[in-house]
Design a protein around this ligand. Structure first.
Ligand code: MN
Ligand code: MN
Length: 289
């Protein structure tokens, strides 16, 4: 007999085994093939699941419990090491199925390039999509060392697909001069800060479908050292949770979300994956209506 998986750490805490009844699908994308500095985010998804069993089911912020909602943990996609293009195709195909089943895709990275095929699929389903992006980096490069498939390019690809006026970036504090110029001219760009500008923007997005993509390095390295390109000067974990709650309480319609760039090997304290697991819990509780 198979033992109960819900508190095993093999799945995100309290995941249902009933796909059909689930409103959201958690899926891992263990890819770190194009990172510009330290690899290791391919090991993010399983560690986030393992530490999730340390969470309470109840969120006092939202007065809601994981027992009140139904979500499925699909495990990790099987991605061919070193082949970014084919990995992105596999991710896109999987997310297309989740969207066709009218479930909320909740992605675990992996490096940030994994979000690009998701943006494409979510935009195909919701042509009036807006993207909210929390990150230390703008990820707006056209290419990195000549390579357009890089973890520094996914938001540029999204801007070219759906128009920079539909992209809202917060917390950015690093990048090339060209990237910042592009951001200032083409994107709704709110560098350095997250919560205050987000509160200003959310009313403008009322009623619209929104995809939220969170790069864990938006956090200060003191909150989340376990990431490939840690960048000093970031926000606290409290501010990140406040921002997720502001979106959950707003009138936007969240149609998908992801959390990427957790690289557990750089954080022996495990705080990075512990904060990531809590953010995932709050996204599930806040975004599953
Ligand atoms: Mn990023
Ligand atoms: Mn980043």
């Amino acid at each position: 007999m198979k033992l109960d998986q819900q508190y095993s750490g093999n799945v995100f805490i309290l995941s249902s085994e009933d796909y059909a009844a689930s409103k959201a699908v958690i899926y891992g994308m263990p890819m770190d093939f194009t990172v510009s500095f330290r690899p290791g985010s391919r090991f993010g998804p399983p560690r986030i699941r393992e530490v999730s069993i340390g969470l309470e089911e109840y969120s006092p912020y939202l007065d809601r419990s994981l027992e009140d909602i139904t979500y499925f943990d699909a495990g990790d996609l099987l991605l061919p090491f070193g082949n970014a293009a084919r990995s992105l195709d596999i991710i896109g195909e999987y997310v297309r199925g989740v969207l066709a089943d009218d479930k909320l895709p909740v992605g675990l990275g992996g490096e940030h390039l994994v979000s690009w095929p998701i943006f494409r699929e979510v935009h195909a389903k919701y042509p009036d999509l807006a993207i909210i992006h929390f990150d230390a980096h703008a990820d707006l490069r056209e290419q990195y060392e000549g390579e357009p498939l890089s973890h520094s390019t996914p938001l540029r690809k999204a801007a070219e697909l759906m128009g920079g006026s539909n992209i809202y970036q917060f917390g950015i504090r690093s990048g090339s001069r060209e990237e910042w110029q592009y951001a200032r001219e083409n994107i709704n760009f709110y560098p350095f800060e997250v919560l205050e500008p987000l509160k200003q923007v959310l009313p403008q997005l009322a009623g619209r479908p929104v995809y939220l993509t969170i790069d864990i390095d938006v956090l200060d390295p003191s909150c989340a050292p376990g990431t490939g390109t840690a960048e000093a000067g970031g926000i606290t974990s409290k501010e990140l949770l406040d921002a997720v709650h502001a979106i959950a309480r707003s009138d936007v319609r969240v149609v998908g979300c992801d959390l990427v760039e957790v690289a557990p090997a750089y954080d022996p304290t495990e705080q990075t994956q512990i904060v990531a697991a809590k953010v995932i819990r709050e996204m599930l509780l806040g975004f599953i209506k």
